[in-house]
Ligand binder design. Structure first.
Ligand code: 13P
Ligand code: SF4
Length: 309
């Protein structure tokens, strides 16, 4: 089947099953094209919880489908490729986190949403790449343990008086962008603004004109008058950046900024999963409830101090 036929059939089945298709900003173009909603992982899950669909087809990676299930336990959440995981989320387990908490009882645990439901359940509060600074500043404790991303933690530590320490996890995709390559692209496009995701290495972030989450990049590109941007995050984001800003030029900072897990999902895998209603992700109540509490605490943090969005 051609892409157009696959897309038509997916749409037809979604309608029949009262389902919606959510696509993370890093998904393939042809999937973003037919998504009811594109966005960052938590934004999509919140949106899905607010609609009265029966089925959520989450085109992303495993922890994202878990978040959707945590927030929408009565809906059927399908992850088209069950093997689409996140290597960074897998760099820490709940057991290890329990040991760390025992060693550091004074620390509040702030966990990036790019983590398993088990790890969220052992955390005091969650954060996203968009609200991490404000979440860390909101906790009562003077000491904060951030998991699993060391690069996000190092970045946040510059904007807080709190003592921040971290788990040594990282995103292998963002890690592939090295400062030398960023410098070379900047030299080639001297008029371009360099926008980087906080999952990038600290020496790469030092070269950036602006640091923000994926959703923040859409806003920044739209509101900034500049015509050229160098993008320091996964290539999937280019689809909407170019669509929303047809007169502006977007240059990927490195060809290596491709997340293989995000690219596992294809139109065929989406169609198969819907036809067979397979690859259902659900989180057991004993995990779901504490994980939801960590997410709810994050959502309750006032938006008074927005530094990265
Ligand atoms: P955001 O979309 O929340 O910025 O996260 C980036 C990411 O790496 C998702 O896998
Ligand atoms: Fe995980 Fe990085 Fe891929 Fe996002 S881009 S899913 S953090 S490996």
């Amino acid at each position: 089947m051609e892409n157009i036929e696959l897309q038509r059939e997916i749409k037809r089945l979604l309608k029949e099953k009262n389902g919606i298709l959510l696509a993370h900003n890093y998904q393939r173009d042809e999937i973003q094209e037919i998504a009811d909603c594109t966005g960052d992982s938590l934004g999509l899950s919140i949106e899905a919880a607010e609609t009265n669909c029966d089925v959520i087809v989450f085109c992303g990676v495993h922890f994202m489908a878990e978040s959707a299930s945590i927030l929408s336990p009565d809906k059927t959440v399908i992850l088209p490729r069950f093997d689409a995981g996140c290597p960074m989320a897998d760099m820490i387990s709940a057991d290890i986190l329990v040991d760390k908490k025992r060693e550091n009882p004074e620390a509040a645990v702030v966990t990036y949403v790019n983590s398993s439901a088990d790890v969220k359940a052992e955390s005091d509060i969650c954060c996203t790449s968009a609200n991490a600074i404000r979440v860390v500043n909101s906790v009562k404790s003077d000491t904060v343990l951030m998991t699993p991303d060391k690069n996000l933690a190092k970045y946040v530590s510059k904007f807080t008086e709190k003592k921040v320490f971290w788990w040594e996890g990282y995103c292998p995709t963002h890690d592939r962008l090295k400062a030398q390559e960023a410098l070379e692209v900047k030299a080639k496009y001297p008029n371009a603004l360099f926008v980087a995701h906080p999952e990038c290495r600290p020496d790469v972030l030092e070269l950036a004109d602006h640091i923000c989450s994926t959703s923040g990049m859409y806003e920044y590109a739209k509101k900034t008058d500049n015509e050229e941007f160098i993008i320091g995050t996964e290539m999937g984001i280019l689809y909407r950046l170019r669509k929303d800003n047809p007169k502006k030029k977007f240059i990927l900072a490195s060809k290596s900024l491709v997340c293989p897990n995000m690219k596992l999902t294809t139109l065929k895998s989406v169609l198969n999963a819907i036809v067979e209603m397979k690859n259902v992700v659900s989180v057991p109540e004993r995990t779901r409830i504490p994980a939801k509490e960590a997410l709810d605490r994050m959502l309750a943090v006032p938006r008074d101090q927005v530094l990265m969005e």
